[in-house]
Design a protein around this ligand. Sequence first.
Ligand code: ATP
Length: 367
Amino acid sequence: MAYDLQLKNVGKVYDNGTPAVIDFNLDVEKGEFIAFLGPSGCGKSTTLRMISGFETVTTGDLLIRGQRVNDQPPEKRPTSMIFQNYALFPHMNVRQNVRFGLEVKGLPKVEADRKVDGILDKLGLLDISEMATSRLSGGQRQRIALARSLVVEPDILLLDEPLGALDANLRKSIQNELKLLQRDLGITFVFVTHAQSEALALSDRIIVMNAGRVEQISPPRELYTRPTTEFVARFIGSNTIIPGTVRTTEGQTITLDTAFGAISGTNRIEVAHSQGEKMSIVLPAEAVELLPAETDEDTLRQSFGANIIPCRIERLQVIGHIMQMLVRLENGETINTEGHVDKYRGRLTVGASAYVAWHSGGATMIA
Ligand SMILES: Nc1ncnc2c1ncn2[C@@H]1O[C@H](COP(=O)(O)OP(=O)(O)OP(=O)(O)O)[C@@H](O)[C@H]1O
């Protein structure tokens, strides 16, 4: 398999001794949309800057299309970078800003004009091509930054929080544009963000980082429903984590002894676990069902086995077609659950007793 981008045991220690990135491994296929997601200071930007060449690699190897590029300066790499503040030249108009990279490369005028016109057209900027960038809106400036990065026809586009400066509505519409553009161009995008909704909406795969290390690499849905570490379970989505010790293992299903009795979930990683070992069950909000206290207990057990916990309904909130529900368990802990409004409307009352229940397959075990 030929990869567009590979990081092999890549590490970065800054001169002041800060270990910003530790043993980072990743293979990216051509045309993938990859997001680095994590809290402030986890090493996302440092990793992106190492890929672009603006930061040196301390250990490991960085390969673009199979070529080791550790020692190549940014302008020699087939990458383009968009910064959060766009870094446009205020004294140049839109066309001059977009043209700049081609002039640096010494492209003949006719060819440069053709490429600039092509990308301005693609991004809907032809009408404002003679305007000064300082007079334009955030969304327009963002599009110019995009045009300037794409006009040099990079193999990989690197985007460092490119939508961070935009308001929520504009952000949403530019997200859609970005995704369509990426599909259309078929080039690899590597995107840095600390907004999980953005990463979940845009990416083919998300790399969750924590304190310089990779926590999990997964497609959005899998990350959401199958977190593999406690950090990811707390960082992504809305999960309840119930600790316990292993009672039995049957194939991929593990049953734990917990404060709520023997409850079970699915072990995603093929690692054997022995009786008595400490593990936790992660319950994504969407995997937990809420059932009125009147529900027949035999029916409940047939459907959910032992994965049933009595609770009291504390809050019901309808958002669009989703009912979000908050319940309190007997030990005082709360669980978030959600489901389609048609399933729940009229069946539940705030303050009433109920059960939360789940199928083992919807819950994930973490060690
Ligand atoms: N030039 C530098 N010199 C020394 N330490 C640095 C430098 N740049 C970043 N760091 C440190 O490296 C670590 C990772 O920083 P980095 O900017 O890559 O994180 P990040 O995940 O992109 O954070 P943010 O979302 O806030 O930009 C942090 O501890 C940061 O303080």
